[in-house]
Structure formats: structure tokens, C-alpha cells
Design a protein around this ligand. Structure first.
Ligand SMILES: *Cc1c(COP(=O)(O)O)cnc(C)c1O
Length: 496
């Protein structure tokens, strides 16, 4: 086995039982002084219905056992604070701790949604300014901060498009999507009652306007497009596509999950897009993964503004208020105002970076991706012969000759201390590995990742078994993923 320790992994991960298997009867994590007043049994003081029954098998553990337990299992997980996380499309960039600090200012973190508006002026101002910052970055006119994630933003955007057509007396039934689109795009379309119609990408990985023209008609409500697309390529003929869609009365929807490639460089609103969702947790630096809170605000062009979800934040003189006065609104899409904590982090990020800083971030994201791609091409098959944007796709074609597949390469990367890239997506590329380094990595870290990938390419040729049986250094070896999902065994010991 080649020595992956050089690249920065050691094996110090402590095995740890379930908390229910720790401790001993009557052991506890606190001690209280003797009671100096007469004691009464609880049953004499509270009605029977309010008394909690004993919980069978409840852990009885000391303080240090609790602390070690959770600290140890936290190290079984992989996070961006732990190492390089090139999970394409997910933009796993480092999230500055300053954002967390801003979100935990008590005036924000302790605010109550029903707090009177005159006591919430700071938060309302933040929401108002975040809306206009997002509009400035994307070239849109208005935005709603309510949606709770990217997919929810897509659904909200499509609901706005539907309301727009209906207000004009039109009931359109279809949405056009490229075959490279993220799975949430067809899902959002069908959830909104639309029939999803696929357009196949051209040989260069981009959508061809001629093909859009063939299927575009007056029954198409919108076309959804990701730009740069999920192959990491800029949709070069976007202006032609926008014209074709608009000429038949349709609207153009931008899946804005890849905005990290464009900040300060190009604006979807200027490319002809009418609607976009922002994945605040990706582009604007909120810790994500594992389903944690995100936010998917939707930016729109002016003609869609009568339909925005309520409430909207408006500014009158120096005062900010929540307005529900929008008779054609699609209504609320999320309780209260959305995931405020995520908005605060995005705002802190945008304001601390400034316009120049955001542009530099996107430029560095593009340079980092192209650097890795250029150094790996030749050793890994590259399906599209172009420069990339903030991410790129390689395949396992060269390794297949030795019986090694994308899944094996991904597993072997874990032995070298890396989170694997996104694999087998986009589905139009066989054996895809989608690599997104982001702007927050140093040159040294990019070089180490490249070295690991090159070594795996060597191993695939000279010692394919070691790749096919990876991972070897992780706490558990290769899982039967279907069984692990259906019948999880949370114990580190073999089940008894
Ligand atoms: C992440 C992503 C989405 C979905 O966003 P969520 O916040 O995970 O719901 C949609 N499209 C693309 C291209 C994405 O990368």
C-alpha cells in the first residue's frame, strides 16, 4: 500500500460505543449541595398526568464521559473545517467564523417572530438590504427571502411564473429542462403541476438554441437552465435561448446554485433570465450538508413582483415594515419570514467581502478549478475539451481498463483524507466525477489533492485491487450502501 499518511491522514479515530452502552447505575454528571428545606415527593406536588415516567435504559454517565462521547463521534464525520471537500455543485467552501458571530448577536438570535416591528428594525433593515444586495449581484429587480432551500426556491420561482401566466389569462402546462439539470428541477416542475420536457445537450455539453426552438411553443411556461451548467460549462448561447423562450411568451428560470462562478463577473438578469434562486448556504457561506438550515431566496424581474410571497419588507422614510398588502401574492411559502439565521450569515459575508471581494472569490474559484483540471487531464478522461468555470467533470474511462470505477476512486480518496467529489452526476456523463475546489483552498492543498488523484491513477494501473477494495483507513470499510440505509447498525462493534 502506498503511504497515504504523507498526504495527511493518520488513524487516530477512537472507537466509541453508543451513549446507552456507557456509564453505570446512579453515575451522574452533576452534584448538588444537601437540600436545606424539607423534601416532598413530586407526586404530592404535581398532578399525576404531568409526572414523567422513568425512561428505561436512560444513560447514567459522568460529565467527562458525555464530553468524550460527543467529541469522539464528531471526529467520525467529515466537514469543511476538517479538510478539503470538493463536492461538485454543493460549493463546500470554508465559512468564515465572523458570520457565526454576527448571527449570534443576541439582538438577532433572541428575536421573536411576533416581536413588535418597531423593536425589530435592525432585522428588517438587514432583510431589506440583503434583498437589494442579492438583486445587485444577480441583475434582478426584487427578491423574496422566504424559501428555505434551493429546491424550495425553485418551487417558489415556478409558482411565481404560474401566477404571472394565470394573471394574463394563460394556463401553460410545460417546463423545458436540459438533460444535464439537477434532479430538483424536474421535481419542482412536477410539484408545481407542470409536465417536464427534456432538451438534450449538444456534444459540447451546452444547450443548443436550435433544439430549444424545436420544442418551444405557447404551452411552455418556462425553461429552467443552470448557468454555468452542471458540467461546469458556461452556456455560451444563453442570449439566443432567452430570445427563443421570450418570443413564445415563456419565461427563463435560472437555477442559481452555481452563482459562485459569476459573482461580480456576469449577472443572470443581464443574460435574459427572469427568475433565479440563490442557494445562500452554498454561494454566501453558511455551513451546510446533513440537511442543516439553508435558504433559497428567489430573485425576479419587475413584472413578477405583484405575486411575491407575503410579507415583503418595505422602507418608508427611515422605517422598515412588513407589508401584507399584495393582493395577487402567491401567499406564504414558509412560516414567518424564512431562515433568518442564514440570512444574517449571508449578509455578514456579502458585506465583509464587498463587491471587489466577491468578484475575487469567483475568479479564484474559476482559477482553482481550472488548475486542478489541467493537471489531471491526460491521467483522467475529460469529456469536454474546454476550460471550465468553478467546477469540472472527469470520468473513469481510463481506469475502466483495469476494472476500476468511479465509486472505487471516490472510496480510495477517503484513504488519502479527502471527501470524495460528487459522483455519477450529471447523469449524462458516464462514470462522472464532479470536482469543485472553491476559492477558499490554498495552492498547497490543491497540490496535495492533485497528488492523491495522480497516485490513485497510478494505483489503478499497477495495483487495481487496492483501489477496488478501498477505503482501508476509515473507521468502517466499504459499506453495502442499500443495507446501511435500510438497516442502519450504529454500533462500531459487529452486531451481536
Ligand atoms: C444544490 C443544488 C440544488 C438544490 O439546492 P438545495 O439547497 O440543496 O435544495 C439545485 N440545483 C443545483 C444545480 C444544485 O447544485
Amino acid at each position: 500500500m502506498s503511504d497515504s499518511a504523507e498526504i495527511g491522514v493518520s488513524d487516530l479515530k477512537l472507537r466509541e460505543p453508543l451513549i446507552f452502552e456507557r456509564g453505570a447505575p446512579a453515575r451522574q454528571a452533576f452534584s448538588l449541595p444537601e437540600c436545606d428545606v424539607p423534601q416532598q415527593p413530586l407526586a404530592k406536588l404535581l398532578p399525576e398526568a404531568l409526572l414523567r415516567k422513568d425512561i428505561e435504559g436512560f444513560p447514567e454517565v459522568s460529565e467527562v464521559e458525555v464530553v468524550r462521547h460527543f467529541t469522539r463521534i464528531s471526529q467520525w464525520n467529515f466537514g469543511v473545517d476538517y479538510g478539503f471537500y470538493p463536492l461538485g455543485s454543493c460549493t463546500m467552501k470554508y465559512n468564515p467564523k465572523l458570520n457565526e458571530e454576527a448571527a449570534s448577536i443576541s439582538g438577532f438570535s433572541k428575536a421573536h417572530p411576533y416581536q413588535p416591528q418597531h423593536l425589530s428594525q435592525g432585522l428588517l433593515q438587514l432583510m431589506h438590504e440583503l434583498e437589494s444586495d442579492l438583486c445587485e449581484i444577480s441583475g434582478m429587480d426584487r427578491a423574496s427571502l422566504q424559501p428555505a432551500a434551493g429546491a424550495h426556491g425553485e418551487l417558489t420561482g415556478l409558482m411565481l411564473i404560474q401566477a404571472y401566466h394565470r394573471a394574463r389569462g394563460e394556463n401553460r402546462g410545460k417546463v423545458i429542462l436540459p438533460d444535464s439539470s439537477h434532479g430538483t428541477n424536474p421535481a419542482s416542475s412536477s410539484l408545481c403541476g407542470y409536465q417536464a420536457v427534456e432538451v438534450t445537450s449538444g456534444h459540447n455539453g451546452c444547450v443548443e438554441p436550435e433544439k430549444v426552438a424545436e420544442i418551444m411553443d405557447e404551452n411552455v411556461a418556462a425553461m429552467m437552465l443552470t448557468n454555468p451548467n452542471t458540467l461546469g460549462l458556461f452556456e455560451e448561447r444563453i442570449l439566443d435561448i432567452a430570445r427563443i423562450v421570450h418570443e413564445k411568451g415563456g419565461l427563463l428560470y435560472c437555477d442559481g446554485a452555481n452563482l459562485n462562478a459569476l459573482m461580480g463577473i456576469a449577472r443572470p438578469g443581464d443574460m435574459g433570465f427572469d427568475v433565479i434562486q440563490f442557494n445562500l448556504h452554498k454561494t454566501f457561506s453558511t455551513p451546510h450538508g446533513g440537511g442543516g438550515p439553508g435558504a433559497g431566496p428567489v430573485g425576479i424581474k419587475e413584472e413578477l413582483s405583484p405575486f411575491l410571497p407575503v410579507p415583503v419588507v418595505i422602507k418608508e422614510g427611515e422605517d422598515y415594515t412588513l407589508s401584507y398588502d399584495l393582493p395577487q401574492s402567491i401567499g406564504k411559502v414558509r412560516s414567518f419570514y424564512g431562515n433568518i439565521g442564514v440570512m444574517i450569515k449571508a449578509y455578514a459575508y456579502i458585506r465583509s467581502m464587498g463587491p471587489e471581494g466577491l468578484k475575487e472569490a469567483s475568479e479564484a474559484a474559476l482559477i482553482n478549478a481550472n488548475y486542478i483540471m489541467t493537471r489531471l487531464q491526460g491521467r483522467y478522461h475529460k469529456p469536454y475539451d474546454k476550460y471550465c468555470m468553478h467546477e469540472f467533470v472527469l470520468t473513469d474511462k481510463l481506469q475502466n481498463k483495469h476494472g476500476v470505477q468511479t465509486l472505487d476512486i471516490a472510496k480510495r480518496l477517503m484513504d488519502y483524507g479527502y471527501h470524495p467529489p460528487t459522483i455519477y452526476f450529471p447523469i449524462i456523463v458516464k462514470g462522472a466525477m464532479m470536482i469543485e475546489p472553491t476559492e477558499t483552498e490554498t495552492r498547497e492543498d490543491l497540490d496535495l489533492f492533485i497528488e492523491a488523484m495522480l497516485r490513485i491513477a497510478d494505483e489503478a494501473e499497477n495495483d487495481p485491487e487496492i483501489v477496488k477494495s478501498a477505503p482501508h483507513k476509515t473507521l468502517v470499510s466499504r459499506l453495502d450502501e442499500a443495507r446501511a440505509a435500510r438497516k442502519p447498525n450504529l454500533r462500531w462493534r459487529p452486531s451481536g
